[in-house]
Design a binder for this molecule. Structure first.
Ligand SMILES: *Cc1c(COP(=O)(O)O)cnc(C)c1O
Length: 216
């Protein structure tokens, strides 16, 4: 099974750069995957999963959560403000805090409900117009604004441009996190998670390398 292989590649990557074993969390990105594949990974004891759409997650995770103890669910895709309340109820961690309006909505809901998932701020390191995220030049101010709103920001997240060397983007994200005192780095996917671990990733988001190709 692929999960085991990916877990051992994560351990090897930690070891190679002298990082403690288990310091990187592997999030299995289960979006669009058939339930049988997700269930097989749950059966093997894995508990950290990620989805990119609230509605899709609402369709499958309440049932899995009822059947498997200790599931930790991560939202890694864009969050519309009108789905924020549903996201707060279902997800333990949100990796896609990407704009002031969403920060304000989350702060209001957190105040109202008395709880909030851990948050990663998404940074558009490639400054791609079609991609979500705060621009690198605006990141410091946005992080400060989120802290002023009392949001539990634990780190930064990025999705590097497909055609560029990911290491440059991972290094930039790590630099912004460090100068802002944020410990978490959500970076690295199926094709580049070992590079991300070498550059300090604390959370890697791996989909197809665990489950197989989506839509097949
Ligand atoms: C789909 C997705 C992943 C996983 O991608 P793979 O290439 O299948 O590993 C990681 N992060 C985000 C934000 C995604 O949407």
């Amino acid at each position: 099974m692929l999960l085991k292989e990916i877990l051992s590649r994560v351990s090897a990557a930690e070891c190679k750069v002298g990082r403690a074993e288990g310091s990187v969390k592997l999030i299995a990105i289960s979006k669009v995957q058939p339930n049988e594949r997700v269930e097989a990974v749950l059966e093997q004891g894995h508990r950290a999963f990620g989805e990119n759409r609230v509605q899709e997650a609402q369709g499958k995770w309440p049932d899995f959560k009822a059947r498997f103890e200790g599931v930790e669910l991560h939202l890694v895709g864009p969050l519309q403000t009108n789905k924020a309340r549903a996201a707060l109820e279902l997800f333990d961690v949100i990796h896609s805090l990407d704009r002031p309006k969403l920060a304000q909505t989350l702060a209001r809901l957190a105040h109202e409900t008395g709880s909030c998932p851990d948050l990663f701020i998404q940074v558009n390191t490639g400054e791609e117009p079609q991609k979500a995220g705060i621009l690198p030049a605006e990141a410091d101010a946005f992080i400060a604004d989120c802290c002023a709103l009392d949001l539990p920001v634990t780190g930064l997240m990025c999705i590097p441009p497909a055609e560029e060397e990911p290491a440059l983007h991972f290094a930039l994200l790590a630099k912004i996190a460090e100068r802002n005192g944020l410990p978490g780095l959500s970076m690295g996917m199926s094709g580049d998670f070992e590079t991300a671990i070498a550059l300090g990733a604390t959370h890697v988001r791996v989909g197809s390398a665990i489950f197989g190709q989506r839509g097949v």
